[in-house]
Design a protein around this ligand. Sequence first.
Ligand code: SF4
Ligand code: SF4
Length: 467
Amino acid sequence: MQPSMFNVQVPLPERNEVFLMNTFSDAQLLVSPDVPALLERVAAGTANRLSDEEHETLTTLAENGFVVSSREAERRGLEEFFRSVREDCEQLKVTVLTTLQCNFACDYCFQGDHGDHNLFAQKMTLEQAAQVVGWVEERLDTVRPERFVLSLFGGEPLLNLPVAYYLAERCFAACQARGVEQKISIITNGLLLTEEVVDRLLPFGLIGVKITLDGDRDTHNRMRPLRGRQGTFDRIVENMRQVSHKVPLTIGGNFDESSVDSYPALLDFLKEQSFSDAIVKVNFKPIIKTTPATPKGMIPLTVVGASGKPLNGTCMTTAGAGNGSPCDSCHFVDEKMAFLRSETKKRGFPTPDGVHMGPCEIHRKHAYTIGPDGSLYACPGFTGEAGQSVGHIDGRQEAWRAGVARRFEALAAYKNCGDCSFIPVCAGGCSVASHTELGDMNTPTCHKGSFESALVALAHSAAAAVC
Ligand code: SF4
Ligand code: SF4
């Protein structure tokens, strides 16, 4: 018998208590300092003579995963957990990039309205969309999920509305025929978001729209302009206002050192809007820029899931190729993430707690990403790099894609994380960031500091809730 390697704790001296959490079982307890002391005795092998009360405490701790039979058994349990995440059939999730074109010219993104990008950027045709539907039907029949989640992504997905509507309608019919629920989310820059778009998609399961605002008005207009440097903030906010009574909104934002301090003003602005109640989630992420030596190909990403929430993944980064250096340091990122989480919570907007983050969709077999040409990818973050395709919806057999697919199937950066207590909720970090920044997707991208500071915030929230 020994304490779980996934126990984490935060002392709360002002209450003479300790917040205990197990990241594997997700059990959370507020206990007296005697309990961690008892766990230490168990670890040291000196918990031989136990009072009845201590015995009872130990039983409760064991029932909640804080005490395990052996490290080996726990490691086996972890492997089984990752296997079950991988094989989970409850949900079939498909992210479709309807186009790689974008109407914005953000400096931090290699895509978009820069140079002749849009001229050559792929755009899915209706014939290709029909192939996607055929492929989805085959997956529905094989996986037999309870739920089908279609995420429309790009580029800017609203630049290809015929394909968006076609996919929504045809996939819905395929789901109806099989008794499967369909949910749709859109990840858009918001410029072309209208009531008409929402009305067209609502009957087919639209449950959320995610929009990116990169700071307050001036900062956003600097970060996310049109090609002629015209600002986009006012138009996007007006569009949000128009659709807010019809569909829940999620706000994302990509920050760097120059923009992070403008986010509290953005939050204040959003809080004052008549549609603030329609904002169901706010989640800001750092922009991680690649080094000049890194091949281009990464795209900004943050995907909303079936519940309209952001993807339940680590997604610590917006992996965008751009000029400049990698984010100045993990310390900066972790500190600023904690700052923005706290500022968001202060204003009453729901935001991820920073602890319950993963494993992300790259660890799930039945989460697929389809590029505009029908190429399949392990997650949205790899779509800009054709060489990372793991297959094609037409079923073509190519040795190189099969090799890439094997590499992704074996992906397990967490195996290089030793006995880190955050493995179940982190899984070794974002593989796209590892690939982009470190050149090896099996090397963990570690933001442990971010988990630790989020844990402290979680402990204080838990304590406040039981006051
Ligand atoms: S690997 Fe990174 S980009 Fe891809 S789903 Fe996971 S966290 Fe998101
Ligand atoms: S990447 Fe860092 S925080 Fe995440 S599991 Fe590995 S060591 Fe832990």
